[in-house]
Design a protein around this ligand. Structure first.
Ligand code: PEP
Ligand code: MG
Length: 539
């Protein structure tokens, strides 16, 4: 038995034979060309053909993985028309008198290197898109359109890396799982694997081809590939697989169905995320939107402040991939248990009651301003809302709104597009905010109740302290009363209210939440369908 570790991109399990997939079928030779005009026309024809293929792939992906994921092929079509890319290849054919295959390969390598050198995960995923387009063009130009390997039986594909095109073109009936030596978790291949629910791990490093044809268990939950498993591992696999099948049945039964009680009461179910890489799970679990994007995770993943542009690309990606569905981004909730060295926060006796979230943002506008600008800029690409955490007073809301208005004025003056009517809401996660929610409601567009902190601050119990768990009771009548009161106060002022703390997924309270009139529940993606099931069972 050999166990290989990787990064999990699709939390599912499979067992089968390994098949090493050949991805270097498209090697290119440099040739001298006399008829550069003819060669340029050959390149243009190849682009047309590539676009037609991508359009077919888009249609195929639309039925297999849904619109959001199929969009990658439209993006590829746009990249094919990109002035810089197209222009550089044509210029190389003309100026260097080289064959189109070589010009495509050389230019693509330059683009790929530029993207990869940024070190940014998003840009690295774009590098893999360029590689996909380049392989497609070269295959067409060289008449070698069967670069794709033919699969004869269901197997676990092992490859250096896979492009989205290769992934979609494969016969899904024959793919049990994917293992790639390299790749990033936000690459489109990873995303497609997740939305097709194909078990997958990436970044395993090179695996010896001697294992070709051997039996293996691919555990996308723990990120392992177990080659030649023993009988204990095989029997554990069967137990886990049975549980997974039950979840799949739930998915098949509930996907696309409304979140509606038998008597027709509706409630939105949104998802909580920490980064764009969570989106595939959001989409595959059929969320109606993002109710809480914990933006501080973008800061926690870095050693220095993320720039405005870095943040803008992440928010834009989420907004675009949610296609007009609501994306509520909570401004950074740094502090308490989420300390970051480069923020240089002073040591505190009581960090949970200290310098945290909106308190940092209002005391240090140089840190807050780039985030607000990034969010506003991204709002031009989808349905983004801004949510302010740890609010205790009206003054905090007014000050934050002033900063948002100032950023809007700057962008207006620069001619940078943004949504003038972007919604601004607040978290209700302190008892103070719940108790004065009638005073806060007129100043905001929505409330989202953070029951994790609301419980911590109402009961005066550290949510981090495991010894206090028997006392940490989110069902405490004080919490339930505050939720009901907050909903009433929001509705009195015509504002909607959601719950984004862990209590939102507690199905023993779903009936109460609906009775109170809660408009939205935002939960981690795997909880969505269970919650939908509960709602649909209620009268
Ligand atoms: C909450 O406090 O309930 C909440 C959703 O925010 P976080 O858990 O990130 O503090
Ligand atoms: Mg909180």
């Amino acid at each position: 038995m050999v166990e290989i570790k990787g990064k999990s991109v699709c939390k599912a399990l499979t067992m089968g034979k390994l098949h090493f997939y050949n991805t270097d079928g498209c090697a290119v030779k440099r040739q001298k060309i006399d008829d550069t005009h003819g060669e340029t026309m050959r390149f243009r024809d190849a682009c047309q053909k590539a676009k037609a293929e991508l359009s077919d792939l888009y249609q195929k992906a639309l039925t297999e993985v849904g619109e959001a994921n199929a969009q990658i092929f439209q993006i590829h079509m746009m990249m094919l028309e990109d002035e810089d890319y197209h222009g550089a290849i044509s210029a190389m054919i003309l100026n260097n008198r080289v064959n189109a295959e070589y010009a495509v390969s050389y230019t693509s390598d330059l683009f790929i290197k530029t993207f990869e050198d940024t070190g940014d995960e998003y840009m690295m995923a774009r590098a893999s898109d360029v590689r996909d387009i380049s392989n497609r063009l070269i295959a067409i130009l060289s008449g070698n359109e069967t670069c794709a390997n033919t699969l004869t039986h269901p197997c676990i594909i092992v490859a250096d890396d896979l492009t989205p095109g290769e992934t979609v073109q494969m016969d899904k009936e024959k793919i049990l799982g994917f293992v790639t030596f390299g790749g990033s978790t936000s690459s489109h291949t990873a995303i497609l694997a997740r939305s097709l629910n194909i078990p997958a791990i990436i970044g395993t490093g090179i695996i010896d081809t001697d294992f070709d044809g051997e039996t293996a268990i691919l555990d996308g939950i723990n990120g392992t590939l177990c080659i030649n498993p023993d009988h204990v591992q095989i029997s554990n696999y069967h137990i886990q697989k049975e549980q997974e099948e039950k979840r799949k049945e739930l998915l098949a039964e509930l996907k696309g169905k409304p979140n509606e009680t038998k008597s027709g009461k509706k409630i939105d179910i949104f998802a909580n995320i920490g980064s764009p890489s969570d989106l595939a799970s959001v989409i595959s679990n059929d969320a109606g939107g993002i109710g809480l994007f914990r933006s501080e995770f973008l800061y926690l993943a870095k050693n220095t402040f993320p720039t405005e542009d870095e943040q803008f690309f992440k928010y834009k990606e989420v907004a675009e991939r949610m296609f007009g569905k609501k994306v509520i981004v909570r401004t950074m909730d740094i502090g308490a248990d989420k300390k970051i060295d480069y923020f240089n926060l002073p040591a505190e006796e009581n960090p949970a009651m200290g310098y945290r979230a909106i308190r940092i943002c209002l005391s240090n506008t140089d840190v807050f301003r780039p985030q607000v600008r990034a969010l506003l800029r991204a709002s031009a690409y989808g349905n983004i809302s801004i949510m302010l955490p740890m609010i205790c007073s009206l003054r905090e809301i007014l000050e934050a709104k002033k900063i948002i208005e100032a950023a809007k004025a700057e962008l207006r003056a620069e001619g940078t597009p943004f949504n003038e009517n972007i919604e601004v809401g607040i978290m209700i996660e302190t008892p103070a905010a719940a108790l004065i929610s009638d005073m806060l409601a007129p100043e905001v567009d929505f409330f989202s109740i953070g029951t994790n902190d609301l419980t911590q601050y109402t009961l005066a119990i550290d949510r981090q302290n495991q010894h206090l768990e028997p006392f940490f009771d989110p069902h405490h009548p004080a919490i339930i009363r505050m939720i009901e009161m907050t909903v009433q106060n929001a509705h009195k002022h015509g504002k909607w209210v959601g719950i984004c703390g862990e209590l939102a997924s507690d199905t023993s309270l779903t009936e109460d939440f609906i009775r109170f009139g809660v408009d939205e529940l935002s939960v981690s993606p795997p909880h969505i369908l269970n919650l939908r099931k509960k709602i649909r069972s209620l009268d």
